[in-house]
Design a protein around this ligand. Structure first.
Ligand code: AP5
Ligand code: MG
Length: 187
């Protein structure tokens, strides 16, 4: 099985690129952000707790997302691999993922990182706000807090995967098609 991580700051284009990648390489796309938004929409207890954190630009607890991922690994069949979008996002999550995969005799195949500067993040998310209506996109201070959270808690994963020679970065500032071409070359 292939285990790809789709990495990048908020608004980098992870969700945009994931659909084509999953289709072309027969991967199960798992977005922890989308799973959490589904919990919020369904009005579950988990959703209620997550909403308060997400709408403040903070991360939900590691154990919550780790359990979501483990559940998906155990239930999805008939794919050639998984495409993890928005997970892992902390060192704890990266280590938990390594342990989960090691138990199955598997490992992370590669980390595909879509990189854009902070100014582009804000512009893209503000553009998406009107289209998708995500609560965490509506307010500039929340967007800025998400960027801070990314730099403080998620960016250290770059060094973690570089040390394992699994980190591959593409320039995310080109068109959707240009970025897709770059990603396909890596896969
Ligand atoms: P999540 O849903 O993962 O949000 P995110 O990481 O902030 O990323 P986004 O979904 O905002 O951006 P994207 O990279 O998918 O970009 P998109 O393709 O939409 O997480 C939300 C929250 O859930 C987190 O803040 C956290 O609270 C919680 N959470 C999730 N996972 C967690 C975890 N593992 N641990 C703890 N908490 C977790 O593109 C953005 C816009 O740009 C779109 O409008 C798109 O059309 C446009 N666009 C895309 N590519 C291009 C391009 N090349 N050129 C021009 N426009 C483009
Ligand atoms: Mg997304």
């Amino acid at each position: 099985m292939k285990y790809y991580i789709l990495f990048g700051p908020p608004g980098a284009g992870k969700g945009t690129q994931a659909t084509a990648m999953a289709e072309k390489f027969n991967l199960c796309h798992i977005s922890t952000g989308e799973l959490l938004r589904a919990e919020i929409k369904a009005g579950t207890e988990l959703g209620r707790q997550a909403a308060a954190l997400i709408n403040d630009g903070k991360l939900v607890p590691d154990r919550v997302v780790e359990a979501m991922i483990a559940g998906k690994f155990n239930s999805v069949k008939d794919v050639d691999g998984f495409l993890l979008d928005g997970f892992p996002r902390t060192l704890d999550q990266a280590e938990a993922l390594d342990e989960m995969l090691e138990e199955e005799g598997e490992e992370v195949t590669a980390v595909v990182s879509i990189m854009i500067p902070d100014e582009t993040i804000v512009r893209r998310i503000q553009g998406r706000a009107a289209i998708e209506g995500r609560a965490d996109d509506a307010d500039l201070s929340v967007i800025e807090h998400r960027i801070e959270t990314y730099h403080a808690q998620t960016e250290p994963l770059i060094a973690y995967y570089q040390a394992q020679d699994k980190y591959r970065q593409v320039d995310g500032t080109g068109t959707v098609e240009q970025v897709r071409e770059e990603i396909f070359k890596i896969l």
